[in-house]
Every structure is written in structure tokens, then in C-alpha cells.
Design a protein around this ligand. Structure first.
Ligand SMILES: [Zn+2]
Length: 311
């Protein structure tokens, strides 16, 4: 993990950087979703990769309740963002019998890849997840994972998973970019001819920074409703006027991750207060850290902590 931190400028890294054979349980004892997740968390506690098992478990369950993290084809990726833990901790569990995970394809899950991450490196989970997904989508790769005869063989296959991580200056607040994109799209609709070129250029610049899957959904919402991004004000989605969960509301304020309204499907963003947290000076950042209730060391791009809001 330390190595990873120092290699922030590397563009490519491997899943093997985060996984050791000791974080793999080749034969999960538990045959039930929650107890299997707990068994994996125990292995992370043993490896001293997480310290607060109960909190982590609660977060993972919250996430599962939102929507199963089973991907189909017998694989699930339960995950949670936990501010108090290290950058990232992964554990892998295999179950030959299979575990009921509420999968989209109804199949039991034979391989659980559990990820706990800390938002101190924005975008880390998304890139890890993208790397996992592009590996697991290939049937021959899944086949090799399922055919592994022991822990070490499974480890070898998993270590092949590569993911690219953007350079630090490319790490951006995607939620605020989506909002900017929406503003520009709306302007483009009404723009006089002479302004159109500049707006289109600006739009393309932003689109280059965002993932294809995010954009596809964004375009769909824009087409259907005329807008795609809604602010969350006092815990209420401004598009549909429904409350979002407390956890989600505080998460939206604290992280750069993308959240989707469970009710209306819009992308949720925090209301605009302080513009461009990226350009804060060191001194401003320090002042904000002092203001934050807990003395968590916040890193560059992370917005000032508002831990008070947590229940
Ligand atoms: Zn909504």
C-alpha cells in the first residue's frame, strides 16, 4: 500500500498490489451472504488491513441493501467506503457450493471480491472497479478463476488484473463536472450561432474527462427529462422532492463519488457552496482541516470533512 501511494504518478497498476494469498479464502466456511462477508472481513482484521470491522460491515450491508453487488456469472464485488480505514483493502473468497447473493442472473455466487476503500484517493475505487469489470467480463478469465485448484493459483490469476489509474492532476470531481456539463448542454440548446463553437469545444473537453458509462446515462436522462443532475438540499433531491438516505446525503457532501437518486434516477450532487476546492491554498486547506470535527488527515482533492452530519 505504501508503494502504491508513492507511485501515484504511475498510470498502471495491478490487482496483485493489493492482494496477498493470505487475503484469499479458498473455501469459505459460511454459505450465507452476510456471514461470508463477515468471514472475509475477519481475514482483513487479521491482516491488520481494517480496524473497525463492525462499521465496515454496516457500510457493506447498507450498500448491498441499495442494490446487490453481484455482477452475474457467479461473481460479486461487495464494497464499502470507510473513511477511517487505510486506502484500500481487498479480500477474496471462493465458495464451490455458491452463495445466494440476489444476483441479476439469479445464479449463486462462487467468487466474492470484497473491497474496502478510503476516499482519500478520489476515484481509486472507480478505477479498481473498472479494471475488475473489464477482466471479469471475459468468459475465459472467469473460467480460469473458477478452475483454480488452490489459493495460490487463484492468486496468480487475480494478480493479472491491471487497472489504470489517472495521474493525480487528472483526478477530478466527477459530480461537479457532470453538473457543469449539464449547464453547458442547456446553454447549447439556446445558444446563438456565434457562441456555439466555443460551447461545443468546452462540452467536449468535459466529456473527455468522464467515463463512457456515466455519459451514456447522462445523455439518456438529458434526452428524457431535459436535465440529468439534481442537487441535494437538506437531504432532499431537488428533482423529485424525495428524501435521500442520511448516509447517502452525507456521502454526497463528502466525496467525489457519483450517487444516483433511488427515486428519480438523477445524478445527485451537493449544492454549490465553495467553488473549485482544487484551487485552495495550503493554508486554506489547513484551516479547513482544523474546522473538521475529526482530525482525519485529508488529502489534496478531498473536500473539507463535514463529519458532524453522520448519524
Ligand atoms: Zn430524485
Amino acid at each position: 500500500m505504501i508503494k502504491f501511494k508513492m507511485n501515484m504518478n504511475l498510470k498502471d497498476t495491478s490487482f496483485g498490489e493489493f492482494l496477498k494469498p493470505s487475503q484469499i479464502i479458498f473455501d469459505l466456511k459460511n454459505k450465507e451472504k452476510l456471514s461470508a462477508i463477515e468471514e472475509l472481513l475477519d481475514s482483513l482484521v487479521k491482516e491488520k488491513l481494517i480496524s473497525n470491522k463492525n462499521l465496515t460491515l454496516t457500510r457493506i450491508i447498507d450498500r448491498e441493501n441499495l442494490e446487490s453487488t453481484a455482477l452475474g456469472h457467479g461473481i460479486a464485488v461487495p464494497h464499502a467506503r470507510v473513511d477511517t480505514e487505510k486506502e484500500i483493502a481487498v479480500a477474496v473468497g471462493r465458495s464451490s457450493e455458491g452463495i445466494d447473493f440476489d444476483s441479476p442472473d439469479g445464479l449463486p455466487v462462487n467468487l466474492i471480491i470484497l473491497v474496502v476503500w478510503n476516499p482519500s484517493i478520489p476515484g481509486l475505487f472507480n478505477h479498481l472497479f473498472a479494471g475488475l469489470a473489464s477482466f471479469l467480463i471475459k468468459p475465459e478469465n472467469r473460467e480460469r478463476l473458477f478452475r483454480a485448484r488452490d489459493k495460490n493459483e487463484l492468486y496468480q490469476v487475480l494478480s493479472e488484473i491491471h487497472f489504470s489509474f489517472p495521474r493525480e492532476d487528472k483526478i477530478i470531481n466527477r459530480a461537479s463536472l457532470l453538473k457543469k456539463l449539464q449547464n453547458i448542454e442547456l446553454k447549447i440548446r439556446r445558444a446563438p450561432k456565434e457562441k456555439l463553437d466555443e460551447l461545443l469545444k468546452h462540452r467536449n473537453l468535459i466529456r473527455e474527462e468522464l467515463d463512457q458509462s456515466l455519459l451514456a446515462r447522462f445523455d439518456l436522462l438529458m434526452d428524457r427529462y431535459g436535465y440529468a443532475v439534481a442537487e441535494v438540499v437538506d437531504g432532499v433531491c431537488q428533482s423529485c422532492n424525495m428524501s435521500v438516505s442520511t448516509q447517502m446525503a452525507s456521502a454526497i457532501e463528502e466525496s467525489n463519488d457519483i450517487y444516483i437518486c433511488e427515486n428519480c434516477g438523477k445524478y445527485l450532487v451537493a449544492p454549490q457552496k465553495k467553488e473549485k476546492p482544487k484551487e485552495k491554498t495550503e493554508r486554506e486547506k489547513l484551516a479547513e482541516e482544523k474546522k473538521g470535527t475529526r482530525s482525519k488527515i485529508s488529502r489534496k482533492v478531498k473536500p473539507a470533512a463535514k463529519t458532524k452530519k453522520k448519524k
